[in-house]
Design a protein around this ligand. Structure first.
Ligand SMILES: Nc1ncnc2c1ncn2[C@@H]1O[C@H](COP(=O)(O)OP(=O)(O)OP(=O)(O)O)[C@@H](O)[C@H]1O
Length: 261
């Protein structure tokens, strides 16, 4: 059995939309993610970050290379791998309780035990008073907490998050980052989170994977060598921030230069 929870080997993806030229989204992307590791994907717009999450989730096929979970190829979606999007991935017509209970139906428990388990999980994320509310009756932060509860209820080994807090205001976003770190520690899951925010990347990650402009490749991988919560006044914090700004600026310049060529 492989020591990596997730192993990406020379993963390439070419999208072939009908009636349009092919798009090379990723090229020879290789990365190992350890059990319980928190990895952040940072990169310019359109460099293939979301495409890669969908392929790890098993929702899209890779064009070449290999993606393995503990040494076994990923061939389709699985409860072992959860995915959360920017807009809470909840059914608007179900209550919060039924949204989480529905997620548990894959595990084949009775309705009563699913609802009891869902209520317990929702209480643990501070939504015990909201069980009978529909998603649109909740704030954006609460909806994302419910989406986290739904994903984590299945005890996935890997949780993928595609800009989960991008639609939230600054204060709610900071609270959600703390909340996520708590959930991550309690769950023991590996997390792969996509963000455009350098501060979010530093706040959360064990390692930040910086992508090149499309086709996305690993430009560099930077471990965040600061204790959590990350000391924003520490000179090292600012060094890291500057380093990420330079790396991203490089890639954005390159993408523009290529568009103009
Ligand atoms: N289903 C699809 N069919 C065709 N092309 C696609 C599809 N999904 C993504 N692409 C293309 O692949 C490239 C990478 O897109 P992707 O959404 O993965 O990038 P991203 O890094 O997540 O971007 P952003 O940061 O802007 O969300 C883009 O050029 C996009 O248009």
């Amino acid at each position: 059995m492989s020591a990596a929870a997730l192993s990406l080997r020379n993963v390439s993806k070419v999208w072939r939309p009908e009636g349009r030229p092919p798009v090379e989204a990723l090229r020879n992307f290789s990365l190992d993610i350890a059990p319980g590791e928190f990895v952040v994907f940072l990169g310019p717009s359109g460099c293939g970050k979301s495409s890669l999450l969908y392929m790890i989730a098993g929702l899209e096929e890779i064009s070449s290379g290999a993606i393995e979970q503990h040494g076994k190829p990923i061939t389709g979606p699985s409860a072992e791998r959860g995915l959360i999007f920017q807009e809470a991935s909840l059914f608007p017509w179900l209550t919060i309780l039924d949204n989480v209970a529905f997620g548990l139906s894959i595990k084949g428990q009775s309705t009563a035990s699913r609802r009891a388990a869902a209520a317990e999980i929702l209480r643990s994320v501070g939504l015990g008073d909201m069980l009978e509310k529909k998603p649109d009756e909740l704030s954006g932060g609460m909806r994302q907490r419910a989406a986290c509860a739904r994903a984590l209820a299945l005890r996935p080994e890997i949780l993928m998050m595609d800009e989960p807090f991008a639609a939230l205001d600054v204060q709610t976003r900071a609270k959600m980052q703390d909340f996520l770190l708590q959930l991550w520690r309690d769950s023991g899951a590996s997390i792969v989170l996509v963000t455009h925010s350098i501060d979010e990347a530093i706040a959360l990650a064990d390692r930040v994977v910086v992508f090149t402009a499309r086709p996305g490749q690993v430009k560099t991988i930077i471990p965040i060598d600061l204790p959590r919560p990350r000391p924003t006044r520490d000179p090292r914090y600012h060094e890291l921030r500057d380093q990420f700004m330079d790396l991203l600026a490089d890639e954005v310049d390159r993408a523009f230069a290529e568009q103009e060529a």
